[in-house]
Design a protein around this ligand. Structure first.
Ligand code: NCD
Ligand code: ZN
Length: 343
């Protein structure tokens, strides 16, 4: 039987939620990943170091006592975030990034930034303290086509931001387009990107395959096949600018199957295994370790994990659903076979 042993990976973008939902999902991430950058888009959002510390405690309490999983915390950037709060976060040792959500871009982003210029002093403090800016890269203007929002963001926000703050390290999260791949490759070394399993596995046809497919709806929305191909090339190509970030985002089934269904794909229960399929199909299994276990740690200036993890090429069935509080959670690729499993 074929096996693949790698350095234990990290997830550089995950939504763990809170309360009963946190308790239901945290173990899936902790089983696969040593560490994860935990997104701050709770209700209300995590905007202070004190809130991040309390959230970190709740995450650790939701895990089995034997778990050594380390949550890497983030702050949610708002128009009112102060340089003093950023300095506190930088000195805390537990906050590793600050997340920029353009207001209205995605789930729980109402408190997000209305104009990036307003955050200049805060971003300068981040550059000075070494905190990473984690970016949801979509414009929100109603006149911009949903499928063009990432490309519009590159031109109107990201490129000028990089010029203005050459020392600020920026992660362009969950990139979805060929244009984003090309942009990141050409950008300075301060700029990197995460790539999700769903954007590597699916193109936008999957949203409409035989009918409307709400479990394939996430933000940024899936793009064209040529975009997916570019993302696979980036992830499997060995460049340290691209690393693993699942964007695993649990929503109860009832919230997905609604008049106005929530955006988010739940992948944590099979994330590394799905990436392994992508790398195998690209003939690049030898490069999975860099993408999953090395490049993100290097970019965040954290030590690579010492522990190892083994994947086995043996089919298993991804569950049709998982319990989530009182409801159900439908994972990506629910009730289908995955070719790789954890040893
Ligand atoms: C995320 C969520 O549900 O919190 N949803 C998503 O579609 N990715 C928010 C986000 O990362 O955009
Ligand atoms: Zn996300």
């Amino acid at each position: 039987m074929q096996t693949l042993e790698i350095t234990r990976p990290d997830d550089w973008h995950v939504h763990l939620r809170d309360g009963a939902e946190l308790a239901a999902v945290a173990g899936h991430t902790a089983r696969r990943f040593a560490r994860a950058i935990v997104m701050p888009n709770l209700l209300p959002p995590v905007t202070t170091t004190a809130q991040a510390a309390a959230y970190r405690d709740r995450i650790r309490a939701a895990l089995p006592p034997s778990s050594e999983f380390e949550p890497l915390m983030t702050l949610y950037l708002t128009d009112r975030t102060t340089p003093e709060e950023i300095a506190r976060a930088g000195a805390s040792g537990i906050v590793h990034a600050v997340k920029l959500y353009p207001a209205g871009a995605t789930t729980h982003s109402d408190a997000g930034v209305t104009a990036i210029e307003r955050t200049q002093a805060v971003l300068e403090t981040m550059a000075a303290t070494g905190l990473v800016l984690s970016v949801h890269g979509e414009v929100t203007a109603a006149q911009v086509d949903v499928f063009d929002r990432e490309v519009a963001f590159i031109d109107s926000v990201l490129a000028p931001l990089i010029e203005r703050l050459p020392d600020l390290r920026i992660v362009f999260e969950h990139i979805t387009t060929r244009a984003a791949v090309d942009f990141v490759l050409a950008a300075p070394v301060t700029v990197a990107a995460t790539i999700t399993p769903q954007h590597l596995l699916l193109n936008r046809n999957a949203l409409f395959a035989g009918g409307l497919r709400p479990h394939h709806y996430c933000l940024p929305v899936l793009k064209r096949e040529r975009d997916r191909e570019a993302l696979v090339g980036a992830a499997t190509g060995g460049s340290p600018k691209f690393f693993l970030g699942t964007d695993s985002a649990p929503h109860a089934e009832a919230a997905k199957l609604a008049d106005c269904g929530c955006a988010g794909c739940y992948t944590a229960v099979a994330a590394l295994e799905l990436y392994a399929e992508v790398f195998e199909d690209a003939g690049a299994l030898a490069r999975l370790e860099g993408f999953a276990s090395w490049f993100g740690a290097d970019f965040y200036r954290l030590p690579r994990n010492r522990e190892r993890l083994t994947l086995v090429r043996e089919p298993w069935r991804i569950p049709p659903w998982l319990p989530l509080g009182g409801g159900r959670l439908i994972p990506l690729r629910a009730d289908t076979t995955c070719r790789w499993r954890l040893a």
